[in-house]
Design a protein around this ligand. Structure first.
Ligand code: SF4
Length: 213
């Protein structure tokens, strides 16, 4: 489906931009822009023979840490039912993009992994268009945009009691390696499991993440 980039600076909808000035107008403007962006990014993800849910699942598996690469965690992350996620995973398996392995520490648990074909598919992720556009405004607005969007997301997740995924370096349970223990050069340890966390795992998203209050 051809995608036409919305003119975000001028896009308007009846009844939304009619409150000129003030916080109400700003809030309505944010709603409109997020709605337009989400529609556009959804359309972009009908690509490479995949649908948006399948692309999201591939991205999640690539970014999730060892505690989170499971069908249950994926369902939480997507806000989808286990049945819907199961269909998505079956489709990705049939295309040879992912595998389900048993975890070595607990054979009852499933570990989702990308295959080489899955890695190659992700290298052609249609969301790279958005990444390129973000890079162009990063110097000017990057830090402020990330701060504002992060706060908005956390606020909505808290209101709707959605599981907050996050990374070790921002987690209240992460214990930095002070060099006195037996962490063998790891960056730190998870305060929940006691396991060492290396630099790669530290930047991956986790279902057990706890925000710093
Ligand atoms: S420190 Fe937090 S984010 Fe990291 S593995 Fe532990 S619970 Fe997850």
């Amino acid at each position: 489906m051809p995608v036409t980039a919305p003119s975000l600076a001028t896009a308007q909808q009846p009844g939304i931009a009619s409150h000129a000035g003030g916080k109400d107008a700003l809030a309505q403007r944010v709603i409109l822009l997020l709605d337009r962006l989400s529609r556009l990014t959804r359309e972009l993800q009908f690509a490479g023979g995949l649908n948006p849910a399948q692309w999201e699942a591939l991205r999640f598996i690539a970014q999730a840490n060892k505690y989170s690469r499971s069908p249950t965690a994926l369902a939480e992350y997507l806000g989808a039912t286990k049945g819907t996620v199961s269909q998505t995973l079956i489709a990705l398996e049939n295309k040879g993009l992912i595998t389900r392995c048993k975890k070595t520490c607990d054979r009852r648990q499933v570990d989702l992994c990308l295959t080489d074909a899955g890695q190659a598919m992700l290298a052609r992720d249609p969301m790279q268009t958005l990444e390129q556009a973000s890079l162009e405004i990063a110097d000017e607005l990057g830090a402020e945009m990330v701060k504002g969007l992060t706060r908005l997301l956390h606020d909505l997740q808290a209101r709707h009691q959605v599981v907050e995924f996050g990374v070790c370096q921002e987690c209240s349970l992460f214990c930095v390696n002070s060099g006195n223990g037996s962490l063998d050069g790891a960056d730190g340890a998870c305060g929940s499991t006691g396991e060492a966390i290396d630099a790669v795992e530290k930047s991956k998203i986790c279902i057990n993440y706890k925000t710093v209050s």
